[in-house]
Design a protein around this ligand. Sequence first.
Ligand SMILES: NC(=O)C1=CN([C@@H]2O[C@H](COP(=O)(O)OP(=O)(O)OC[C@H]3O[C@@H](n4cnc5c(N)ncnc54)[C@H](OP(=O)(O)O)[C@@H]3O)[C@@H](O)[C@H]2O)[C@@H](O)CC1
Ligand SMILES: [K+]
Length: 493
Amino acid sequence: MNILNASQIRNLDAHTIQNEPISSLDLMERASRAFVRWLCARFDNRRPLVFFCGKGNNGGDGLAIARILSAKGYGVTVYVVDYTEKSSDDFSKNLQRLQEHLTVHYIKEEKDLPKLTGEEILIDALLGSGLTRPAEGLLAATIETMNESPARVISVDIASGLYMDKVNGDDDAIVRPDYTVSFQLPKLAFMIPQNGPFAGDWLVVDIGLNETYIEKTKTPYFFTDKRSARKLIRDREKFSHKGTFGHALLLAGSFGKMGAAQLCGGACLRSGVGLLTLHVAGCGYEIIQIALPEAMCSVDIHEKMLTTLPDLNAYSAIGVGPGLGKEPQTLQMLENLIGEAKVPMVWDADALNLLSENPDLLKKLPEHTIITPHPKEFERLAGKSKDDYARLELARSFAGEHKLIVVLKGAHTSVIFPDGTVHFNATGNAGMATGGAGDVLTGILTSLLAQKYSPQDAARLGVYQHGIAGDRAAKARTKTAMIASDIVENMGW
Ligand SMILES: NC(=O)C1=CN([C@@H]2O[C@H](COP(=O)(O)OP(=O)(O)OC[C@H]3O[C@@H](n4cnc5c(N)ncnc54)[C@H](OP(=O)(O)O)[C@@H]3O)[C@@H](O)[C@H]2O)[C@@H](O)CC1
Ligand SMILES: [K+]
């Protein structure tokens, strides 16, 4: 799914109005009904709803939503924040419609702000995609009132004060919603880690904007949701055999860190690879043979760490890094790997840390190798960034410069191609922020590469599957109690 910026969304809006055709007022009504459907499915009419509306179209949505919910028997109080003389046409029309049924209250100065009990549900319809500058004065005071109340807050389209596609200032007044119900498309702002508190649990409701126009609009940003992930999956043919699904090699584990190799290997097996060999330090031989009977073991000459490569000819993909340690002999092995590998690779964890300590090696990494840094590992590789938008930009130029596929791990993990395209992932949860979850991902990616998925598809699909398995694990165990091996146990579609 494409992610569009604010001006592209404005054009999309105009295109839909002109070509469907539909009036802008009817489109606002459709968007409002979509919001109402979501709200009614989640909240019954026992709690009072308090609306805070601005005077543009986001405020117009708020007024329309209030009217529809009031007709459905919800208790509705509406405040219009009177911060400007200007108002949009559709705001004015909806104000007139609402006033036929309900008295609207105006907030003209701070003393007009209501006292909230915390029992209400607050609807934030102050500012939407039309935000052009930080919210100040009366708007900022209203935002503060909402944020200070223990009441639940639901933002219409996007939290008021949050830019859709660029960084906010540290001191900007921004609503901190529990939920954001956004129209038609996910917004770039929702993908950015530092915006977590300003997106809440966000979701997208369909309002029938022109799909063809959305697909044709050029953007570097995409969202891998269920529909787009499904398109990447290849069925297992009836007449296939284990050779069809490749032979993966994992170089992982060291003394005290054999669990990383086990998790990585387990995930690799569970993502459909035909055969798996783990090359492990001597101390890992029995561990792996017992823990993963489906895998084969190749044993290093060193008892505690990996120092030498096995013959690489048998393998269709290689994953390296989890639990490797950073000893000089292991670094030597990585140098040899870069020289000898002729198949697609995934580099993770200590392999990346060794790369950042040896920038010459980084330059030699074969094109389209997948690297899977978390933010700290990425910082070691590419340097510091002043904010999360800047880090995304740095990752795009890094991927381009080194011709690598960068999987920047986090909530909405971003998969970045050498051409600068960014695919944010839909699945996963905070329960996955736990030791070993990254090793699981490396196993999955290596498995998909061994099955001859292109590195781009393997990265997007693997990250998506990893997240799905994590979501299932959280359901079974809760986010707090789940551990990385639960992710492996919950693999599969
Ligand atoms: N296509 C869709 O998805 C659909 C979208 N719809 C809805 O429309 C919403 C966008 O509406 P919108 O364009 O009227 O802008 P909105 O955010 O209401 O702001 C209003 C005006 O406020 C101003 N302003 C900006 N920043 C300010 C500030 N800090 N402090 C004070 N003033 C500020 C600025 O005007 P300016 O003063 O810059 O001239 C701006 O124009 C969208 O989020 C969604 O809810 C649906 O109805 C149907 C389909
Ligand atoms: K809003």
